[in-house]
Design a binder for this molecule. Sequence first.
Ligand code: ADP
Ligand code: MG
Length: 338
Amino acid sequence: PDTVRLLSSAQVITSAGNVVKELLENSVDAGATSLEIKMENYGLDRIEVRDNGQGIQASDTAVMAVRHYTSKISCHNDLECLETYGFRGEALGSICAVAEVSITTKTDTDDFSTQYSLDVTGKVVSQKPSHLGQGTTVTVLKLFKNLPVRRQYYANTKKCKEELKKVQDLLMAYAIVKPDLRLTLAHNKVVLWQKARVADLRSALLATLGSGTVAHLLPCRHDQEQPQITLDGFFPKPGVDYFSTSSSSHDKTFIFINNRPVQQKDITKLLRQHYTAQYQAESNRNRYPVLVLKITLPPSSIDVNLTPDKTQVLLHNKEAVLTALEALLVSLYGYRSP
Ligand code: ADP
Ligand code: MG
């Protein structure tokens, strides 16, 4: 059972960035408006995520990190109207299987916070009172200590830097989709990035991409019934040749489905096709437009259970979504695909 647990957890938790993503999503699910992320040695030595969310009820703490425990859904039907990032109860348990984890938490009715140390199976092995305010702090030490090959893989400088960059891209995506979230990222005690709470999507874009970039973007919207599809975009203004010059290809094309940052190949392809059609598409092959697209669909029409990290989403009505997006793009850029 130990080996099985290790192997299946190793599939859920694949990198330091992955740990940050899972902890961040738990914090947002808990209603947090402020999140502090601290990493040491690129997350291999320490990852700490502190939030000001609702905290974990004392009655739940015994099972919170046991695999498959979740407080978010109680029956299959709940999946049809899912509004939380998490629902499988896999993250905390999986992190416990590949690192040393402790959780400090306080709800609004607790008199003080309690720090829980967890073992490799996610069970609480000890607890003690502590002094933190309302919310939850998860501390992850010695990531992949029992997966030496993986630890070694991430330990080289190039990989480390890539991973930290991924964490920053990830935070940017959540900063955009959750404007009222305050976010801070520190690495080896140096604050690398932070974003204040703001009121709306446009302000969130200003705070994350900067006014220079936002000046090149145009807000646009498509809203339809049957099937119900809402598209909210900030697309490059027609006639402006504005591409990300960043070497990693996707990181300035932000696509969200029901507030989840996702990678959707055919949507990205369609966006590029229409936008680059204005220019010599050939020379722009490896450049991606800087843009934001938020797709909102009824929760029952999407399936996020394709990959453990939920970044690939199956759409029940994909053709209709592509058609709606195409209409929006045609109205903006005037290009019709052959
Ligand atoms: P899931 O998010 O799929 O429910 P997790 O393993 O990520 O599963 O978390 C297990 C449970 O622990 C959650 O359902 C929630 O009850 C609790 N939990 C985890 N992180 C937090 C947090 N930051 N604040 C409040 N509760 C949390
Ligand atoms: Mg979770």
